[in-house]
Unconditional design. Sequence first.
Length: 368
Amino acid sequence: MDEILFTDMQAEFGNSLEKKFRKLLKKSAFLESIKEGELVALKVHVGERGNLGYVNPNFARIVVEEVKAVGAKPFLTDTNTLYSGGRHNGVDHSLTAARHGFTLATVGAPFIAADGVRGLDYREVAVAGRHFKKAKLAGGILQADRIILLNHFKGHIEAGFGGAIKNLSMGCASIAGKMEQHADSKPKVKSENCTGCRQCYWACPTGAISMEENKAVIDYELCIGCGQCVAACNYEAMLAGDSADNQSFIQKVTEYAFAAADYFGDRAYYINFAINIAPDCDCWPANDVPLVEDVGILAGGNPFALDKASLDLVSQAKAHRTSRHYDKIRGGHNLFQEVYPDIHSDTTFEYAIQQFNVSLDYKLRQLK
Ligand code: SF4
Ligand code: SF4
């Protein structure tokens, strides 16, 4: 049975949330296991531009300080996005990170995009899934000695909810890895946006792209659907294929999460922030009123058990009167299935047990 450390949001003079969070970090055996000089990735989500609901960078600062105190070298990291926006390439991503407070000056560690300037840097990690035998995970994450994932626990329009599992799967995948989780078909060129820059042509591993009248053209006989061209394009001209159906999407996400968790084993630690529990994820360019009241911070070494514990607590939390989903919230076993009735978000747990024999058993240990 996995122990999940938990601290609620109540604070007072002499016992601030910062102090409680430091206590939680120190109670975990993970900090002690970090060795001097190790490169420790802090997997964050810096929030899409327009979204202000992401995890407060001060929590990252506290983790950075504690990791530095044991003599290791932390860095903040995240992978570039499949879609266009403020985080599709390493340059925009670093600028968005700085704009949202994730800077060397404020947090004490540099932000480094994990899959490089154009999101092309990945390595394949084996996974015995129904959909995938290999997961394309970002090189910068896999090269870290250890990883601490700071996960915002909240809703997600396709997965139902996002926490540790989602931050591992989509969050640690390169753009090509994101595309194969999201899409069931090969990319398409939107010719009117194509500038003829040839970045996709150079990135394509199979020679499937040619240039005709200075526009990219895909030969679908040669295309293997790897998604590298989608990563390379900076002009919204190379579009990802059609979305996978919802159940298969959740299974794919679960496979990627297991691949990343298995790769790191006990070199990974997971922290869920059940705070600002918005209906949508932090990739959404706006954060709506939270669904329920803040719950607190949970941490553990098993991401599946951690998300289960977070879901259990969040589902019992009191609904926010001004949430647009207020009338749907009934205090059942899965808040997000009430909010998104068409998404069977428990699939991620059922599939993780069936396919990977993952344990969801946990014991909550509340810290003061
Ligand atoms: S998805 Fe197809 S066209 Fe794009 S880089 Fe991969 S093989 Fe080439
Ligand atoms: S990378 Fe984009 S803009 Fe550049 S040639 Fe390819 S499709 Fe066109």
